[in-house]
Design a protein around this ligand. Structure first.
Ligand SMILES: Cc1cc2nc3c(=O)[nH]c(=O)nc-3n(C[C@H](O)[C@H](O)[C@H](O)COP(=O)(O)OP(=O)(O)OC[C@H]3O[C@@H](n4cnc5c(N)ncnc54)[C@H](O)[C@@H]3O)c2cc1C
Length: 371
């Protein structure tokens, strides 16, 4: 197990490592988009840079960031840097970090030790909750059912999944995720996010060992952790928006730069991107502090980021023109990836729940309440 860097360097190091490998992730991302398979080389790149380990529990070899704020702000930067390079790998990485958080919260000392050993071997985890009805059931210690939208199905080493026991609330278990015979990617023929391979994974007849039970019944659904955690995928999406802005600026012709109408569109794209940045960064800090209004804040942030992404996608297309839609162009890939990645569960419900909270009180915070 590698020694942790001091807290001071731990804060900056992961983002620097992510930046260093970003060009390679971008190049590999274009390749895996054209011929979609599990992006094994991209994942190896992340592991070689130590990024699979840094947000793991300290007992499993994760970095000691010195404070929860520092941990969250560092993760915010790493997620958007990886998202900028390749949204599919960003999604895979975000799932892995989600699993590391669940290990940290609910794992036993033995499980932390076992996780450390698996990370030593370069393992990546997924977090699979989505499922077709009736869902995955645990009858005694035997599983029945499948997961859908299972990012990395058949490619990741392990996944944490939700299961419904015969009695009580759903709970978390750790399963092997690399059995190609259980994965069905035949329906994953998608416009974007192709390398995530988010297909079906059949768990039927898998036996659950005592050590594979993570935490207790209802732990996964504990608030504010569960809903506030949505900030992490908005950080990856933010990376995609930032990449789109960068590419649009690069692709903007001299004629467009000389035209006030096109410059106004570019200004709108900058404002949308940075607005999303401010909301996601704030949502990360709410998560760090386990703010009681974190869920409302994360739900509102989802809508802000979705709106910003849709706006910047439209502005990029209008500023750059037909080139933005051509095969091999970064703007094309990012727009295709984002258009699918934005489709997360219950967006209207999320916004409505946020509105209900804000109608009750100003969830922005106690420092500057408007009412
Ligand atoms: C690239 C990608 C990777 C993913 N990876 C994972 C993963 O690794 N693990 C995992 O667990 N999940 C994963 N997911 C699934 C994700 O978390 C969401 O569950 C999924 O994207 C929701 O898909 P949907 O748009 O079909 O959702 P739905 O929730 O079915 O929404 C479709 C539409 O129906 C509306 N709607 C839904 N329910 C209602 C209702 N009750 N009343 C009124 N309107 C309703 C929604 O507002 C929306 O407009 C992934 C998704 C994507 C796109």
């Amino acid at each position: 197990m590698s020694a942790s860097p001091s807290p001071a360097t731990a804060i900056d190091l992961p983002a620097a490592q992510a930046s260093a490998i970003a060009p390679r992730l971008t190049a590999l991302g274009a390749r895996y988009d054209a011929a979609p398979v599990f992006p094994i080389e991209s994942m190896k790149c992340l592991a070689d840079a130590g990024l699979h380990r840094c947000f793991a529990p300290v007992a499993s070899g994760g970095h000691d960031f010195g404070s929860v704020d520092a941990w969250h702000l560092c993760l915010f930067n790493v997620l958007r840097i990886i998202g900028r390079a390749d949204l599919s790998v960003g999604r895979l990485y975000e799932g892995h970090v989600n699993a590391m958080i669940l290990f940290d919260r609910f794992g036993s000392a033995t499980q932390h030790h076992g996780l450390g050993q698996r990370l030593d071997a370069g393992a990546f985890y997924g977090m699979w909750a989505t499922e077709p009805p009736p869902g995955v059931q645990m009858i005694g210690r035997v599983l029945k059912g499948a997961k859908s939208f299972a990012t990395g199905a058949g490619g990741l080493a392990h996944a944490i999944i939700t299961v419904q026991p015969e009695d009580g609330a759903r709970r978390l278990i750790v399963v092997a995720a690399d059995d190609a015979a259980r994965a069905d990617l035949s329906q994953w023929r998608v416009r974007g996010m192709r390398a995530t391979g988010s297909g079906l994974y059949d768990l039927t007849d898998m036996i659950v060992a005592e050590d594979d039970l993570l935490g207790g019944p209802g732990d996964y659904d504990r608030e504010p952790l569960f809903t506030t955690g949505a900030w992490r995928f908005t950080a990856v999406q933010l990376g995609g928006i930032e990449a789109l802005l960068i590419e649009t600026r690069k692709a903007m012709s001299d004629a467009a730069r000389g035209d006030p109408m096109q410059r106004a569109k570019f200004a709108d794209a900058v404002a949308a991107t940075r607005t999303a940045y401010l909301w996601v960064r704030e949502a990360a800090l709410r998560a760090a502090r386990e703010d009681a209004d974190g869920p409302a804040f994360a739900r509102m942030t989802r809508g802000v980021v979705e709106r910003a992404a849709l706006d910047v996608m439209e502005l990029a297309a209008r500023i750059v023109g037909t080139r933005s839609a051509m095969d091999g162009q970064r703007i094309d890939k990012i727009s295709r990836d984002l258009s699918l990645y934005l489709r997360q569960g219950g967006p209207d419900y999320a916004r409505d729940q946020a509105a209900l909270t804000w109608l009750d009180h100003d969830a922005w915070g106690a420092e500057d309440p408007l009412w």
